[in-house]
Design a binder for this molecule. Structure first.
Ligand code: UD1
Ligand code: CA
Length: 434
């Protein structure tokens, strides 16, 4: 594909009132990334001139996208005086002759799915698909294989409402067509908006041909509501899981596994049912067992779970982390933490065993403190390490010990448990059984 031949304009200025949210629609996330991110990512594969039209929450939209991309042009729509998708196109100056316009609420689009537009030579090409339930979409009136007009649902007659061919929301225009017709758009419709879709009937009256391009719903689905958002996420999850299974990851009951867009796998990995792996997590030659959550963490040659929680910035190597263990911002190398622990702001070195119920008390209510645990340390069950704590190599901590802000030196045992007392016949007295 020659990236220099086409400009892309993405319409992202709308409020998205049907989302019933304070957040701009295009910033709602799918598989961990904003809808608009996914569209820009696909667009960048076919174009190096991408313009995003913003207005509603424009600062938030621009800041968010600038955190991923450094070459996006932003144009601010005058959405007070020129609301609507046609108003959004008012101040566009594209570099190339051909301009591909995409709605900002179609996160499932891919470069491959846009291919048909790049190969057409018509004056205007617009995407259509057929839906048994076309509710919400603009209806496309086709005559002799040419598009005659697009009628928005709110402006449609009863007869037009029965049309099941809909406008999918992607258009290819020659730049001069936009220059000529955008200024002529009017807002004499039910929503008092300037509709980009009105170009179609105007251009046709001007003798131009408008070719319909039949596209698949899976890539062109518009997201208008929270229900649409959830459906789109399911479709994208399916794509993400399929990609990783094809590259060799074993998944059990894949439909129950959630993997975000930025996650990567290497080597031979297994993911059991119900797992959630998010952010930029990296899983290398590891086994993530049922119902574990891995957030922005690196797991190398280790097994995690079932029901374990790795919070952001954790790194595991050659380690075993069992059920009900929570790890945060910690590095474990060659470590066993089999049951019911919290390990936060810690580094733990090779050969160390962390018993059931061991807790790093990393937070004193104001500050977070570090715990450093060396090699071959044995920490007995139900111990608390009140940070800052250092356990040097070859240290033992007796079960039930509280280690309070100190260093235990190599070879030492830390023990704080007091001897348990025995009271004869207490049970019988207490329950009045004898
Ligand atoms: C639009 C089409 C409809 C099509 C549908 C496909 C129009 C008039 N209608 O309807 O024919 O079937 O998409 O999904 O174009 N936007 C702006 N500025 C605005 C208004 C909207 O940039 O003033 C952006 C929105 O952020 C959104 C996109 O344009 O990303 C589409 O807007 P939306 O309100 O969702 O249009 P639909 O009613 O779905
Ligand atoms: Ca829409």
């Amino acid at each position: 594909m020659n990236k220099n031949k086409i400009s892309v304009v993405i319409l992202a200025a709308g409020k998205g009132s049907r989302m019933k949210s304070a957040k701009a629609k295009v910033l709602h996330t799918i598989c961990g990334k904003e809808m608009l991110y996914h569209i820009i990512k696909a667009s960048r594969e076919i174009s190096d001139d991408i313009t995003v039209v913003v207005a509603h929450q424009k600062e938030a939209v621009m800041t968010s996208m600038n955190s991923y991309f450094n070459d996006i042009n932003f144009v601010v729509q005058d959405d007070i005086n020129f609301p609507g998708t046609g108003g959004a196109m008012k101040n566009i100056s594209a570099k190339n002759e051909k301009v591909l316009v995409l709605n900002g609420d179609m996160p499932l689009i891919s470069a491959k799915a846009l291919d048909g537009f790049l190969r057409s030579s018509s004056d205007i090409v617009m995407s259509i698909f057929d839906l048994p339930n076309p509710d919400g979409y603009g209806r496309v009136i086709i005559e002799n294989a040419e598009v005659k007009k697009i009628v928005e649902q709110k402006d449609a007659s009863d007869l037009e409402l029965q049309v099941t061919t809909v406008n999918a929301g992607v258009y290819l225009f020659h730049k001069n067509i936009l220059d000529r017709y955008i200024p002529l758009l009017r807002n004499n419709n039910a929503q008092k908006e300037y509709y980009l879709t009105d170009i179609v009937s105007m251009a046709r009256a001007g003798g131009l041909t408008i070719s319909p391009l039949l596209v698949d719903e899976e890539h062109y689905k518009g997201v208008n509501s929270k229900k649409d958002l959830a459906n789109a996420e399911e479709i994208m999850q399916e794509r993400i899981r399929t990609k990783w299974m094809e590259s060799g990851v074993t998944m059990q009951l894949p439909s129950t596994i959630y993997i975000e867009e930025g996650v990567t796998f290497e080597g031979e990995c297994r993911v059991e049912n119900g797992c959630r792996i998010t952010g930029s997590s990296k899983i290398i030659s590891s086994h993530i067992k049922a119902h574990s959550v891995v957030e922005d963490s690196i797991v190398i040659n280790s097994d995690v779970g079932p029901l374990a929680h790795l919070r952001p910035a954790s790194q595991l190597e050659d380690s075993h982390v069992g059920n009900f263990v929570e790890i945060k911002k910690s590095t474990l190398k060659g470590v066993k933490a089999g049951h019911l622990s919290y390990i936060g702001d810690a580094t733990v070195d090779e050969g160390t065993n962390i018993g059931a119920g061991v807790i790093t008390c990393n937070y004193d209510g104001i500050n977070k403190h570090k715990t450093v645990i060396g090699k071959n340390v044995f920490i007995g069950s139900d111990s608390q390490l009140i940070a800052p704590v250092t356990l040097e190599d070859d240290v033992m901590v007796a079960a039930g010990t509280t280690v309070r802000s100190t260093t235990i030196k190599s070879g030492e045992l830390a023990v704080s448990s007091s001897k348990s007392r025995v009271i004869k016949d207490f049970y019988y007295k207490f329950f009045k059984k004898k």
